[in-house]
Design a binder for this molecule. Structure first.
Ligand code: NAD
Length: 353
């Protein structure tokens, strides 16, 4: 007979709870993401390719499924199911929305469903902040940052850089939408920036920044001139499809996972199609962290292209789950799992005639 406390429980964690659990925890989240990269790099994870659900009638939209399992201290399986509907922004709601399901390592039971746009933004920003740190130890920290694309992800990138000790002498922003660029500029000023320059042209922002963040929704490369990178900046290519393959071929390329990143017509994938090989990839961030490949030299641009791994969502999601559990605020859905007695309840019997 199933013991009362052995019955699996299922909880729902709202975006407000996720926000409270992660707010101000930038250093902690970067550490969680670094640990997840180490577990994945050491092979103690399962992270199959993401599945892209696309719609013929809504070509700019997609929903991505990221199943994954992570070992180490996290030991959880799960699925991130995240939509990207870029037209939402004009309608006044965020582009991305999603849920993260966590499954118990031993029983496979789903234990929680978490709002995941915040977890996704946080893990993406944490991974970029980690890369920015790891890729500039030798070349020195950039002091002029430029954000190309100024939505939620750019805001989280800024929060995570600031929250892990980065300070900038100059901040520039560029967006196809003047309204978005202006809104992000106002946000940065409210957050304590002395001055923020809005650039009308991405080209001007690139040449005046030594840390360039791409967080657009561009589907095909819109930056094509290799000369824009002659000052050897560090590029956090979070939106993955902004740069012409020629720019990658003239740079040192770091990815999060080679097999994942060279798919779905990302710029690294285009570079592979152009050259027929993967020689242009210097290594993964894990390789740099472990010293398997050297930190990139200062005399070339460095481009970090993170595809975004489901194991990171699981690691950050499990942290949120534990925080909310410990706070006593876990909203458990009573009787979510109902058919738990193999031969039925005592009072559950069908008449046999
Ligand atoms: N690699 C990862 O792990 C990862 C994770 C999460 C999000 N992302 C990517 O980050 C990107 C940004 O996400 P978001 O939620 O901030 O989106 P968003 O829609 O809120 O903001 C994107 C902004 O980019 C601007 N933009 C579009 N095309 C542009 C161009 N060619 N030049 C300049 N600006 C342009 C838009 O006007 C908009 O303001 C998306 O592409 C998303 O897929 C990547």
């Amino acid at each position: 007979m199933l013991q009362p406390d052995a019955a699996p429980r299922f909880a729902v964690i709202s975006g407000a709870q996720v926000g409270r659990a992660l707010n101000g925890q930038e250093k902690q989240v970067v550490e969680i993401v670094e640990a997840a990269y180490r577990v994945h790099g050491a092979g103690d994870s399962v992270n199959p390719p993401s599945y892209f659900l696309r719609f013929p009638d809504r070509p700019s939209s997609r929903i991505i499924a990221l199943p994954a399992a992570i070992g180490g201290d996290v030991r959880v399986d799960g699925l991130k199911w995240i939509s990207s509907f870029p037209d939402n922004v004009a309608a006044g709601i965020p582009r991305a929305s999603g849920v993260l399901i966590l499954n118990d390592h031993d029983t496979g039971y789903p234990i929680a469903c978490l709002e995941t746009s915040i977890i996704s933004a946080a893990r993406t920003a944490a991974s970029a902040a980690l890369a920015a740190d790891r890729l500039t130890r030798k070349r020195g920290r950039p002091t002029r940052v430029g954000f190309i694309g100024t939505g939620l992800i750019a805001r989280y990138l800024h929060t995570y850089l600031a929250g892990t000790g980065w300070r900038f002498d100059e901040i520039g922003v560029h967006d196809l939408s003047a309204e978005h660029a202006g809104g992000f500029r106002d946000y940065l000023l409210r957050s304590g920036a002395d001055e923020v320059t809005v650039h009308e042209r991405a080209e001007d922002l690139i040449t005046s920044s030594d840390l360039v963040v791409f967080a657009t929704v561009a589907g095909t490369p819109h930056v094509t001139d290799t000369r824009l990178f002659a000052h050897d900046p560090l590029v956090l290519h979070v939106s993955l499809r902004d740069l012409a393959p020629e720019i990658l071929l003239a740079s040192t390329n770091i990815v999060d996972d080679v097999d994942h990143c060279l798919r779905a017509n990302t710029s690294p994938h285009l570079a592979e199609q152009l050259t027929g090989n993967r020689d242009f990839v210097h290594g993964t961030l894990y390789d740099v962290m472990t010293g398997a490949v050297g930190e990139p030299e200062a005399n070339r641009p460095v481009i970090f292209s993170p595809f975004g791994l489901g194991v990171l969502d699981l690691a950050v999601g499990k942290y949120v789950y534990d925080q909310v559990s410990e706070s006593g605020e876990l909203l458990v859905i009573d009787e979510f799992f109902h058919e738990l007695q193999r031969y039925g309840h005592r009072d559950q019997a069908s008449a046999i005639v």
